[in-house]
Design a protein around this ligand. Structure first.
Ligand code: ADP
Length: 410
């Protein structure tokens, strides 16, 4: 081989060595880059795991704990070292404690998932044996590493506490509501029972006067006592109906003539009116006024209207106190019953509150009469309201449907 050829050969070898060297260096750098990236990822992952608020625990296929993050140690009140290498069932109360080995074995044998990839709420056990609820999500770790499953646990204690507090609040709210209803019912009862009680007292006083008086007053005495008896029964009936109303039950309804219903309470109306110097005028419709109602309840509404009308005329000069009780068939079998007075009327500020419980403008008022009346009329499928009549005073009314046909079929 000539000297030239030897030089060329060395040049080629040198070049090839350069290329191969460069290639090796490039490969090395690339590998280094990859390793750097992997390291960076691993660091990032471990930072995330270490700072996570949720507990993250990995286990091998026999259930032994491989890694735990600081949150897991805190949550279960262990040192990490006291957890690693132990079976994860140490963190579970019964029956999960006993069954856990079977869960893993079953999954590994059959591939059937009970919890993996699904997640559920579980009970956990701390180092001091106290238990707490947690949400658990498990995933299977791919590859041939030691750790086979990763579990993420979120402590639900605060959430459960919050739910318990919420439930307690709701219970106490319901209790307050019941008390509110009870308060309304008690006030309502006190209000409604007042009418028959006042009547009883008035008739009893009249009876006493008759007894003290000269001459034979037996007949008048008897009338007064019959009224006492009637009003006592009426008081009982009012209590029963108020209870039914508060419970939302239907009371006993019958077909009856509304005019007869008014006729039956005329003695009470007269008693009240005469006592307060009020003249009562009846303007009753000539048409059919048969309605399907609980008589005592509709009488309660009438008496409330009457009592309010009389009260509203307290400051009206004696000779001008008038109350007009009227019935009128308006349309489609709608019977409007109204009580009109010539008192101070309803002010604009009072309009919205009128039918609400405890709304009153009277010094000794209870504010239950109109709200009870509204409940009664609504329960009968009717409507209730008031209007400013031309001139002085107010007109309170309710509308009920008349039932001629049904009565004829009875
Ligand atoms: P109470 O009579 O105990 O106040 P009500 O529920 O019967 O309770 O009446 C509520 C309020 O409605 C009364 O305080 C009064 O302000 C007003 N009101 C009721 N009827 C009349 C009326 N005929 N004229 C003027 N205001 C009335």
């Amino acid at each position: 081989m000539s000297e030239n050829n030897v030089v060329i050969l060395w040049l080629i070898i040198g070049m090839m060595a350069g290329v191969i060297g460069g290639f090796i260096i490039a490969l090395y750098l690339r590998g280094q880059n990859l390793i750097d990236k992997l390291e960076q990822r691993a660091k990032m992952l471990s930072t995330v795991v270490d700072t996570a608020v949720d507990a993250i625990i990995t286990i091998d296929k026999s259930g032994s704990i491989v890694t735990v993050n600081p949150a897991a140690a805190r949550m279960f009140a262990y040192r990490s070292d006291d957890m690693i290498g132990h079976n994860v069932k140490m963190l579970m109360p019964e029956p999960f404690h006993t069954d856990h080995d079977d869960y893993i074995a079953n999954y590994l044998a059959t591939g059937k998932r009970k919890i993996i990839g699904i997640g559920r709420e579980v009970s956990c056990r701390r180092s001091d044996d106290s238990e707490f609820p947690a949400d658990l999500a498990i995933s299977e770790i791919p590859g041939n590493g030691l750790a086979r499953f990763a579990g993420i646990l979120r402590d639900r204690t605060e959430h459960e506490d919050f739910l318990n507090r919420l439930q307690k609040q709701q219970e106490s709210l319901a209790h307050v509501n019941r008390l509110g209803t009870l308060g309304e019912m008690t006030a309502g009862l006190a209000h409604e029972i007042n009418q028959p009680l006042t009547a009883i007292a008035t008739y009893a006083q009249a009876a006493q006067r008759l007894l003290d008086g000269a001459g034979d007053n037996r007949n008048q005495l008897k009338t007064a006592l019959v009224q006492v008896d009637e009003q006592a029964h009426r008081a009982g009936a009012v209590v029963r109906r108020m209870r039914a109303l508060a419970k939302g039950e239907q009371t006993e309804r019958k077909f009856c003539d509304l005019h007869q219903l008014i006729e039956d309470i005329k003695p009470l109306i007269t008693l009240d009116a005469r006592h307060r110097g009020v003249a009562v005028i009846y303007e009753l419709a000539p048409e059919n006024t048969d309605v399907f109602v609980d008589k005592v309840q509709i009488q309660q509404v009438m008496l409330n209207f009457v009592r309010n009308g009389i009260d509203a005329m307290d400051s009206v000069p004696a000779g001008k106190r008038r109350l007009i009780i009227s019935t009128e068939v308006i349309h489609d079998h709608q019977l409007k019953t109204a009580v009109r007075d010539f008192g101070h009327g309803v002010s604009n500020e009072s309009v919205d509150g009128l039918f609400h419980p405890f709304f009153t403008t009277k010094v000794d008022g209870m504010g239950m009469g109109l709200s009870i009346s509204k409940s009664i009329i609504s329960a009968h499928g009717g409507t209730i309201g008031f209007e400013h009549p031309s001139g002085l005073g107010a007109r309170f009314w309710f509308i009920l449907t008349t039932h001629k046909k049904e009565r004829a079929n009875e």
